[in-house]
Unconditional design. Structure first.
Length: 353
């Protein structure tokens, strides 16, 4: 059989197994991938397949306009020596799912010696490769080599080369696009593989992500939150934001006034004067919350909920809220857990995105 239409994720077969089989069968020197979205786990899955198949050169072009493709996946592909291009200028989403293998890339024809083409419908993600119901046309030594090569070239030339500067800008855009997405939608889109949470807390055995696993760095985030299970201050409520969450606040608050005060809008519509200080020796950021702030007395009494700070870049407005247990709190915590932007002290959780 030299071509077929196959389903994966429905009858037991997977796209991972299909792609691996055909790459080992054809042994192309180069592989090109044009897909809408790329996740970290998707990158890891396909890199293992490509390495096992002895592929010498890899090119990847993907969409960044929707803020779904994972910046860490792009970083890993870039650092692995892949040629990477991103598309963010089309009227709509860059949405192909095209995988091609050949003897070499050709700047004029797209590919030379095309030996394998797979079209539709899996993104480069764990869901696409292992779990989702997909449908793909694959062909060995395709009869329509020129059209398949042209399709690849069209996709490749639609993208702009990824650079470190462009990746840094995209990380900020990615953080903005995912700030309000529901945690379940992050999984459905492939931004995250799952939500390692239950009732607004990490599932048993889940540990904070390592530095290289964190989706959004503090330099790109605009939201920071910290649990209210512990705090200090007999007069004003003093909440410490640990580590990365503190770095987010230090960046968005900017240079402090001489007395450390800053004006922040609250959930009741009033702007209040907060005070803050960053401690370099331990990375902690202490925020003094005025007593008139909604739910301060409740937080003192119950020692529950989270302190939530957000910076609206477009309006350059800071916002603060104490969020008690409930759906909103679960959305905030679960989002950080899904994105891998959280940590834990001995008494409480904290996060950023």
């Amino acid at each position: 059989m030299v071509s077929s239409i196959a389903t994966t994720g429905i009858t037991g077969n997977t796209y991972k197994a299909l792609l691996r089989k055909q790459l080992l069968r054809t042994k192309p020197s180069v592989v090109g991938m044009a897909v809408a979205y790329v996740s970290v786990s998707g990158f890891q899955l396909v890199k293992k397949i490509l390495d096992d198949a002895g592929v010498e050169e890899v090119r990847l072009v993907t969409d960044t306009k929707d803020g779904v493709t994972h910046p860490r996946a792009l970083e890993k592909a870039f650092d692995s020596g892949w040629g990477v291009r991103v598309v963010d200028t089309l009227t709509g989403t860059f949405h192909p799912k095209l995988y091609v293998g050949a003897d070499k890339f050709d700047d004029n024809a797209g590919l030379a010696g095309l030996s394998l083409a797979l079209a539709g419908s899996a993104n480069l993600s764990r869901g696409g490769f292992l779990n989702n119901g997909e449908c793909t046309f694959w062909s060995i030594a395709p009869h329509s080599r020129s059209s398949a090569s042209r399709a690849w070239l069209d996709c490749w030339t639609a993208g702009a080369p990824l650079t470190k500067a462009k990746l840094k800008d995209y990380e900020k855009y990615f953080a903005l696009r995912n700030r309000y997405r529901k945690p379940a939608d992050l999984v459905a889109l492939g931004v995250a593989d799952d939500i390692p949470a239950k009732n607004g807390a990490p599932k048993k055995g889940i540990t904070p992500p390592k530095s290289e696993e964190k989706t959004i760095s503090e330099s790109a985030a605009s939201v920071a939150w910290a649990g209210l299970q512990s705090f200090t201050g007999e007069y004003n409520l003093q909440v410490e934001f640990p580590k990365e969450a503190g770095l987010v606040l230090r960046r968005v608050f900017g240079t402090p006034a001489k007395d450390g005060s800053i004006d922040i809008a609250c959930i009741d519509g009033n702007v209040r004067s907060f005070k803050y200080k960053y401690y370099d020796h331990n990375g902690m950021f202490r925020l003094n919350i005025p007593n008139s702030t909604p739910l301060v007395d409740w937080a003192r009494q119950h020692k529950e909920g989270i302190a939530y700070v957000e910076h609206d870049e477009e309006e350059d407005v800071l916002f603060f809220q104490i969020i008690p247990p409930g759906r909103l709190l679960m959305d905030v915590v679960d989002r950080s857990l899904a994105l891998g932007t959280w940590g834990r002290t001995s008494t409480r959780l904290y996060g950023w995105y």
